[in-house]
Design a protein around this ligand. Structure first.
Ligand code: PEP
Ligand code: MN
Length: 346
């Protein structure tokens, strides 16, 4: 249920309303917009009398929220969520009109590799460094990532470039090694690992939540809800392609997910054209399309020697290709923002 308050509500009446809702056993999520405060209620609201609340002086309207996700729901939080990553010197904003470009290799391999790629992508305008240390691989015989050593190398690259890092966590026990990680990635295969999601809900770091390869958008939002329900509201949604009957691409990039999620949720949306297509040649056009569709950012695999990459070489861009793409993306993003401004003004 959501309660939209009239403009400038009387503070003591507002306090009174919130205390009463708490007494009823409900959690109250307050969102302050430009003109209105919205109270989102989580809990058993079935027995609440809508008319009684609607009759209060400070209340403009009351609505029941049909969707099973509440905190992730745009109705609860009409304004876009903006997530701040990194420290004072290297602060990155995700959402709120900026374009975030996360780039780096599928997996961290060597010190030379991660430093070379990190420096190159930084030079091209990437705002965050990606790189897997713990890798979820389809085959147990494939390279499984460098683990804790991989995280150490990521930290070195962060120190050398200032780029905040995003890397995947596969199980709760790995958390102790993630102190220097700026954004924790939950991979597609773990999107419905509910115990993991709940634990990440108790952490004080943003979570990049990738859509499961057979998950609906509602299921993705319910997974975000798992994290948020435990208190961590800094969740970033990631569309990374879903499994369909098509075999020409590794997955099928569902770009309509971007405007759909934008309507349903206030959380920032990132697109991963690398895992979605599986082919380096297809990454630039789909990355451009994602920005045109309104994504808040991209996560793109880049490798200095794709042919010898230990993982996902065929979908990794060479640094010079990424450089050209990054320029294009920033131009498209600017054009999209200008067009939006024109639309608003007309
Ligand atoms: C990755 O980003 O390294 C990865 C494994 O992606 P996904 O979980 O989307 O397959
Ligand atoms: Mn990969």
């Amino acid at each position: 249920m959501i309660i939209v308050l009239k403009e400038n509500p009387d503070p003591s009446q507002l306090d009174g309303l919130i205390s009463w809702l708490h007494e009823k056993g409900l959690q109250v999520h307050t969102s302050t917009g430009e003109s209105h405060i919205v109270l989102g209620l989580v809990g058993d609201t079935a027995s609440m009398d809508i008319d009684l609340i609607a009759a209060l002086d400070i209340v403009q309207s009351v609505k029941r929220v049909q969707e099973p996700y509440k905190k992730a729901n745009r109705k609860f939080n009409p304004e876009d969520t903006v997530i701040q990553v990194g420290n004072a010197q290297n602060s990155v904003q995700i959402g709120g009109g900026t374009l975030t470009i996360m780039a780096g290799p599928c997996s961290v391999e060597t010190e030379e590799q991660i430093l070379t790629v990190a420096k190159a992508v930084k030079q091209s305008g990437a705002t965050m460094l990606r790189g897997g240390a713990f890798k979820p691989r389809t085959s147990p015989y494939s390279f499984q990532g460098k683990g804790v050593e991989g995280l150490r190398l990521l930290s070195l690259a962060k120190k050398a470039t200032g780029l905040p890092i995003v890397t995947e966590l596969m199980e709760v026990q790995q958390l102790e090694y993630f102190e220097d990680v700026d954004v924790i990635q939950v991979g597609a295969r773990n999107m419905q690992n509910f115990n993991l999601l709940k634990e990440l809900g108790r952490q004080n770091k943003p979570i990049l939540l990738k859509r499961g390869m057979s998950a609906t958008l509602e299921e993705l939002l319910m997974s975000a809800e798992y994290v948020m329900s435990e208190g961590n509201e800094r969740v970033i949604l990631c569309e990374r392609g879903i499994r369909t009957f098509e075999t020409a691409t590794r997955n099928t990039l569902d770009l309509s997910a971007v405007p759909v999620l934008r309507r349903l949720s206030h959380l920032p949306i990132i697109v991963d054209p690398s895992h979605a297509t599986g082919k380096a040649a297809l990454v630039p056009p789909m990355a451009v399309a994602a920005v045109a569709a309104g994504a808040d950012g991209l996560i793109i695999e880049v490798h200095n020697d794709p042919q010898h990459a230990l993982c996902d070489g065929s979908q990794s861009l060479r640094p010079e290709v990424f450089d050209t793409l990054a320029r294009k993306l920033s131009a498209i993003h600017k054009t999209m923002r200008d067009l939006e401004k024109m639309e608003k003004a007309s």
